[in-house]
Design a protein around this ligand. Structure first.
Ligand code: NAD
Length: 274
């Protein structure tokens, strides 16, 4: 195989991909990489202004669609809008997700006092917010016998992080669902429909910045230091670190790869600590 043939595997020209959470940091990386490799890219998110702006920034083959991933009606309307503009959908990236302070224990909030509503919201956003888009966009892939789905799990799914109970459990659900759907799609519909996930490690974003870096001093917090000491790569992830794994799993280069969760974590999950 020469570089020309390899490059062809990563040519997404004429293919249409929906990226939920595509205006966010890590979803934006997958969206940008797909767009850069020729795909039509739909940025789907709750905030209409944010998805429109991000789509305009990408260019003419991008489209912003406002939809809440926890609402089937929104997703069904989004599918209709995408089909009207670009035709069939070939791929789905489920990047919408995240944690909420109420679903995390702290000195002030013990496990026993965690509000039920906050836990339900985190389960709903991360797990149902992955399952529902797979139902709505995946049905079309089942009909056409072709497609690639990439879910965003987390290293918290492999080993739950202290304090982050709701998020860790929800992402473990996303990893488990990824295995289940990969088998279901291949055996019931077509082996040409593949379902995989990324498990990003620690990337500094708005949701976790205060936990990792002291805003006043700019120094690492004790949790931030513990993470770096436990990361063989010796640093936090940079968003662009996800691009290669995302493109690979969505491309025909991974034609024989389905049902796996790829850790992109600088070695965090491989390190026993001694
Ligand atoms: N940042 C990290 O360190 C990290 C680590 C592991 C996994 N992840 C996962 O990666 C994914 C992206 O994280 P990020 O850091 O880019 O977060 P982000 O907050 O930058 O992006 C998340 C995006 O999802 C959108 N969104 C939230 N709720 C939504 C809903 N109900 N419907 C539609 N869109 C919704 C937001 O508007 C936002 O654009 C998430 O699933 C997150 O759990 C992040």
């Amino acid at each position: 195989m020469d570089t020309h043939e390899l490059a062809r595997l990563y040519d997404f020209t004429g293919k249409t991909f929906v990226v939920t959470g595509g205006a966010g940091v890590l979803g934006g990386v997958a969206a940008g990489a797909l767009y850069g490799c020729g795909a039509n890219v739909i940025l789907l998110g709750r905030n209409s202004g944010a998805v429109q702006t991000a789509a305009e920034r990408l260019g003419a083959r991008a489209m912003g669609v406002a939809a809440d991933v926890t609402r089937r009606d929104d997703l069904t309307a989004a599918l209709a809008a995408v089909k009207a503009r670009f035709g069939p959908v070939h791929g789905l990236v489920n990047a919408a997700g995240g944690n909420m302070p109420g679903a995390t224990t702290s000195a002030e909030r013990s496990f026993f006092d965690l509000p039920e509503e906050a836990l339900r919201q985190v389960f709903d956003l991360n797990l149902m917010g992955t399952v529902l888009p797979c139902q709505v966009f995946g049905r079309q892939m089942a009909d056409q016998g072709e497609g690639a789905i990439l879910n965003y799990s987390s290293l918290a799914a492999l080993k739950p992080l202290t304090r982050t109970i709701g998020y860790s459990a929800a992402k473990a659900g996303v990893s488990n669902f990824t295995h289940w759907l990969a088998v279901h799609m291949a055996k019931t519909y077509s082996p040409n429909i593949r379902v995989n996930a990324l498990a990003p490690g620690f990337f500094v974003g708005e949701q976790n910045r205060a936990l990792l870096i002291d805003a006043a001093t700019g120094e690492l917090t004790s949790r931030g230091r513990a993470i770096i000491e436990h990361t063989p790569a010796g640093r936090f992830g940079k968003p662009e670190d996800l691009a290669g794994a995302a493109l690979w799993l969505l491309s025909p280069a991974a034609a024989f790869v389905t049902g796996i969760v790829v850790a992109v974590d600088g070695g965090f999950s491989a390190f026993a600590g001694v």
